[in-house]
Design a protein around this ligand. Structure first.
Ligand code: TXA
Ligand code: MG
Length: 344
């Protein structure tokens, strides 16, 4: 299969939208841009098309897909018993990086939900993708567009690395502005529960829903035999080929810790301020220490970039848990398989 890349440009927009919507309508696989990460999309109502996503990703069959809608008016088509709070959250945060888990309607096939009665719904903040979904006239099921276990993709080039020849097309709308996946909030429980930290911070959610809670499992590794509430959270995730050690500890202390231990053939991810300490090593910057938005935009691409090198091990500074850094540190810890050391 020849994977066609559609670069968004004003004069070609109409042609691209038409082709992209046709791929979805015809049961094909299309990588779509969103503000968080690129998604691997198919018609969420077409079980056969959805199975193609699992196959292309190498994704386990018990890991349900989110559906993407262009605006809140589509919610009632696919969900029932929608609490008023869900509409309030949509008003504040849609389009944007918030996925709500709601009770699904039977029109969503089991291939999409993996047999769950609930469904994750997301309204991405990307005009092109919203228009493709509107034109296709169906919700688009889309996990992050990466091979299962790999770091997610924030550029079309990264998607091509993972899926060239495996999918019909990629809509290239440049680099994702948020960089980490959406925040998943379970609206079927009271108070609503955060199942995955993401591009919308818990602090921001609490401005609208002060009682929202984070599920405690997001801070640690799953226990043996434990069943996560977001099924995908149990799999090894976001991992580059080389093993990763996450170093928790503020600024200089973390950088010093790594400097004392790093070997010649190892790589390092550190804050911009400390890059100069690692001259001669494969080194990547996570952005300035005080800039969580930049950490989020960079984290997946720096992890992926080490797969284009021969490093045998990656040391990375790991931010704290405030604001967007909660999502960034969660992704780094998972990439490290929870191999986290403290420099404090
Ligand atoms: O930002 C995002 O959310 C991206 C973009 C492409 O929209 N999508 C994304 O999808 O991250 P995915 O499949 O990589 O991650 C979705 C997570 C998985 O861990 C899955 O298990 C969980 O959501 N999930 C899906 N349906 C669920 C449900 N009904 N209840 C609980 N968790 C669910
Ligand atoms: Mg994913």
């Amino acid at each position: 299969m020849n994977t066609k890349v559609y670069h968004i440009a004003e004069d070609k927009k109409e042609y691209i939208l038409k082709n992209a919507a046709e791929i979805i309508q015809n049961g094909g696989l299309l990588a779509i841009p969103t503000e968080t990460v690129y998604g691997l999309g198919a018609n969420a109502l077409d079980g056969k098309a959805v199975l193609g996503i699992f196959e292309a990703k190498g994704r386990p069959q018990d890991n349900p897909l989110l559906i993407h809608v262009p605006d809140v008016s589509w919610l009632e088509r696919y969900c029932e018993e929608i609490p008023p709070l869900a509409y309030k959250l949509a008003e504040f945060f849609w389009p944007g990086p918030l996925t709500m888990i709601l009770k699904g309607k039977p029109c969503i096939p089991k291939e999409t939900t993996c047999g769950l009665r609930t469904i994750g719904v997301r309204c991405p903040d990307n005009e092109v993708t919203a228009e493709i979904i509107r034109m296709a006239g169906v919700p688009v099921a889309a996990p992050s567009a990466n091979r299962s276990g790999h770091p997610s993709c924030t550029t079309a080039e990264a998607v091509l690395e993972d899926f060239s020849g495996r999918i019909d097309g990629i809509v290239d709308d440049g680099a994702c502005q948020v960089g980490v996946e959406s925040t998943i909030l379970d609206m079927t429980v009271s108070p609503p529960k955060l199942l995955r930290p993401g591009g919308l911070s818990l602090e921001d959610i609490r401005k609208v829903v002060p009682e929202a809670e984070a599920d405690e499992s997001i801070y640690r590794q799953l226990r043996k035999g434990e069943k996560p509430k977001a099924p995908g959270m149990k799999y090894r995730h976001y991992a580059p080929k080389a093993p990763v050690t996450a170093v928790f500890g503020r600024g200089q202390k973390g950088a010093d810790y790594i400097k004392e231990r790093i070997k010649e053939d190892e790589g390092v991810i550190c804050y911009e301020e400390y890059l100069g300490m690692f001259d001669g090593y494969e080194r990547r910057s996570l952005g300035k220490e005080g800039d969580p938005g930049e950490h989020a935009r960079r984290v997946f691409e720096v992890l992926r970039s080490f797969d284009r090198t021969d490093v045998t091990h990656i040391w990375t500074q790991c931010p704290g848990e405030e604001g967007l850094d909660l999502a960034v540190s969660n992704r780094i810890k998972k990439a490290a398989g929870f191999h986290v050391v403290s420099a404090e």
